[in-house]
Design a protein around this ligand. Structure first.
Ligand code: SAM
Length: 241
């Protein structure tokens, strides 16, 4: 999802009480690396502070309770997560999105809705283990993740074994990953990554909307609404370790 740069979006996000801007914890040695977030045209490149961020292991303090934490990585404008947060007030939801101009839309909606169990982080998910402690996350949602079609960029796919290894570090032992896509090549790749990464498939379908069981409490994402209206079938898997 690419939106044109919206002037002031970074400042609005930094000022929002719903968006956590991770800072290094006091006394922690901070590593500073330079890396690209997104493509060369992106205004999101540049430097980012890495290390043991102050939110890592402290999400119960952020929410003021110890309810389970579920995250969506690559949440786009956040419709899916907002609906989940409304339906399940006893679950804490965190949306992760790397582009400010996309995240801004979600924040604007949350400013109106003021849901106590919904927060956002603007970051590249590559650094996810810097913001969650081992076992802190109960469930990970990946919806219509970018396909990165070239073989040499496969490790950037959010369902690659490299990302599964990161999820392994933050997910509760009983936790699950749920992945939806309309992209058959990406789905096939994702299925092939499961076993070598040490995970197992609990459920899968290549036509979610016709699968009564898996579709039972389905919440459509923005991309899902768009692609299913075009007649595309939606694939889904649920995996655990
Ligand atoms: N999940 C939404 C949906 O289903 O409507 C949005 C899907 S959109 C195709 C993918 C989103 O993931 C984009 O907004 C993109 O910026 C974000 N994204 C891709 N890679 C990411 C990463 N490594 N870290 C954080 N966000 C990422």
């Amino acid at each position: 999802m690419r939106l044109r740069n919206i002037p002031g979006s970074r400042e609005t996000i930094a000022a929002s009480k719903y968006c956590i801007t991770p800072e290094p914890a006091e006394g922690v040695e901070v590593e500073i690396r330079s890396h690209k977030m997104g493509d060369k045209k992106s205004n999101e490149g540049g430097r980012m502070i890495l290390g043991d961020w102050n939110v890592k292991g402290h999400w119960a303090d952020v929410f003021g309770n110890d309810h389970p934490i579920r995250i969506e990585i690559g949440m786009g404008k956040g419709a899916f997560l907002m609906e989940r947060a409304i339906r399940e007030p006893d679950i804490n939801y965190i949306g992760i999105e790397k582009y400010s101009s996309v995240l801004l839309r979600a924040i604007q909606k949350q400013e109106e809705a003021d849901l106590p169990n919904l927060r956002f982080i603007r970051m590249d998910a590559e650094y996810i283990t810097d913001v969650f402690a081992p076992g802190e996350v109960d469930r990970i949602y990946l919806n219509f993740s970018d396909p990165w079609p070239k073989a040499k960029t496969a490790k950037r796919r959010l369902t690659s074994r490299q990302f599964l290894a990161r999820y392994d570090k933050i997910l509760h032992p009983d936790g699950i990953v749920e992945f939806k896509t309309d992209n058959i090549d990406l789905f096939d790749f994702s299925l092939e990554e499961v076993e070598p990464a040490g995970w197992k498939i609990l459920a899968m379908t290549r036509d979610l909307h016709k699968d009564a069981d898996m579709n039972a409490d389905n919440i459509m994402t923005e991309y899902e609404t768009k692609f299913s209206a075009l007649g595309q079938k939606i694939c889904k898997y649920v995996i655990s370790r």
